[in-house]
Design a protein around this ligand. Structure first.
Ligand code: F0G
Length: 463
């Protein structure tokens, strides 16, 4: 008999989590103004808000922490990280930052000006925020297939080369500071970009003299999908695939809180010395001296180790199979989920789950609240709240997809937890016709409203 699949690690340290009653949760979520970001973590049983900074570090990462060098300038930890980036990614120049959006802030300060356009595959919200904050425009060039949750396509993160070329043709070169390729594409469901697409985007970009940057939060998961799905890559190691991926980029920003399995950290890595020097000035103003950015030495050491572990096949196989395990359970229950499953999360199609709710009532947020009330599970809305308002008209932007994201932290939960999540969602699905109201906004911030928005039921209170 073939041995069943099991995790590529064993557990050395645990953290207790606490269950609650439905009545407690109903009161807590009401007090939190139906915004799951406002809950205390001890009011949550299984936390799927994000896979960012929530992973479990390995014994080797903790050991590396002890060897951290906290020198202000020229710390050995900086050189450890510089070597890891050179060896794994291949870029010569790098700047540490405290997280991914800080890397965007620093690099875009050097690159983006008012009136610019930045094409890419569904930019992540902080990326878009940093572009729009500078009065530039992020243009989505993702393939149309990405917006059909039932369509089976191996690389739904791909850029549509025609859409991209239209942007490159219709704007002067000096107004296109870069093309951003997000690997994997978080906002369209943790979907990967194929190597072929990366190669073609790079070729097209070069023919217009435009630089390509990778938003690299989940680059290793992208490499895993290339190995598993793209012809010619099955026998290559993840590290070989990663090297080839970055041969089609001029630079990158990275939130290290995902695929490098650290709790905090980020960086910029570049091929061009000139841009590195320009960005260094902004790093010093915003983050810290160029050899530590926003990071302590111990954190840079853990990150260097995490980059190595995060690009090992066995780790990625465990990780991505756990996400697929949850996805398959939900499918068995008939719950509409995005397919194929993404790398870091399962995305529930809220419009198909609650077809009777109007889009003005924040359908995916309604589902997120219901799942929390059901079992203390915290997911996150990737829908109208997140899409925010159009910066010029101030009208709500209604995205093609209303999703509830169930992001799975790395090396944290077991498959028993996945079973609980699946059954909880099935229970909500079974009573979906009783969910008669969504929510309306009571208070919202002018930018990135989803973090702090306050809501109230659109019709009447439902418990
Ligand atoms: N780019 C992508 C693709 C991301 O997913 C994120 C963060 C960032 C950039 C920003 O990085 O958080 O370190 O500042 N995504 C998190 C999430 C927050 O939950 O998906 P950061």
């Amino acid at each position: 008999m073939e041995l069943p699949f099991s995790e590529s690690f064993k557990i050395k340290m645990v953290e207790p989590i606490r269950k609650s009653t439905r009545e407690e949760r109903a009161a807590w979520i009401k007090a939190a103004r139906y915004n799951l970001f406002n809950l205390r973590s001890d009011q949550v049983f299984i936390d799927l808000l994000t896979d960012s900074g929530t992973g479990a570090m390995s014994d080797r990462q903790w050991a590396a922490m002890m060897l951290g060098d906290e020198s202000y300038a020229g710390a050995s930890s900086y050189y450890n990280l510089k070597n890891a980036i050179k060896n794994i990614i291949g870029f010569d120049y790098f700047l540490p930052t405290h997280q991914g959006r800080a890397a965007e802030n620093v690099l875009f300060s050097a690159l983006v000006k008012e009136g610019d356009v930045v094409p890419g595959n569904t930019h992540f919200d902080t990326t878009k925020g940093h572009i729009e904050f500078r009065k530039a425009q992020a243009i989505d060039c993702t393939i149309d297939e990405a917006f059909n949750t039932t369509l089976d396509h191996p690389f739904k993160g791909n850029l549509d080369l025609n859409k991209l070329e239209n942007v490159l043709q219709s704007h002067p070169q000096e107004n296109i500071p870069m093309i951003i390729v997000t690997v994997t594409c978080n906002s369209s469901g943790g979907q990967p970009v194929s190597m072929k697409n990366m190669r073609e985007v790079y070729k097209l970009a070069k023919s217009y003299g435009i630089r390509v940057l990778f938003d690299s939060a989940r680059f290793a998961e992208n490499a895993y999908f290339i190995k598993m799905r793209e012809e010619g890559y099955g026998d290559k190691s993840i590290k070989e695939i990663v090297k080839e991926m970055y041969s089609y980029a001029d630079g990158m920003t990275m939130s290290s809180k995902k695929d490098a399995i650290v709790n905090m950290g980020g960086f910029i890595a570049l091929r061009e010395e000139k841009l590195f020097k320009k960005a260094s000035q902004f790093n010093i103003i915003y983050e810290g001296f160029v050899t530590y950015g926003g990071m302590s030495g111990r954190d840079m050491n853990a990150l260097a180790q995490g980059l190595d572990e995060g690009t090992e096949f066995d780790y990625l196989d465990t990780r991505i199979k756990q996400v697929a395990y949850l996805g398959n359970k939900l499918k068995e229950f008939g719950i509409p989920v995005q397919e194929p499953f993404g790398g870091h999360a399962i995305f529930v199609d809220a419009k198909r789950f609650l077809p009777h709710l109007p889009k003005e009532e924040f359908i995916a947020q309604t589902l997120a609240v219901e799942l929390y009330k059901e079992a203390g599970i915290r997911g996150v809305e990737i829908g109208t709240l997140l899409a925010d308002r159009d910066p010029s008209t101030r009208e709500n932007r209604y995205p093609a997809l209303e999703l509830l994201r169930l992001a799975i932290p790395r090396r944290v939960y077991t498959n028993n937890h996945m079973d609980v999540i699946a059954v909880a969602l099935k229970n909500v699905y079974d009573r979906r016709s009783e969910i008669s109201t969504g929510y309306r906004i009571v208070n919202e911030a002018p930018l990135m409203r989803h973090f702090t928005v306050e809501l109230t039921p659109a019709l009447k209170e439902t418990v």
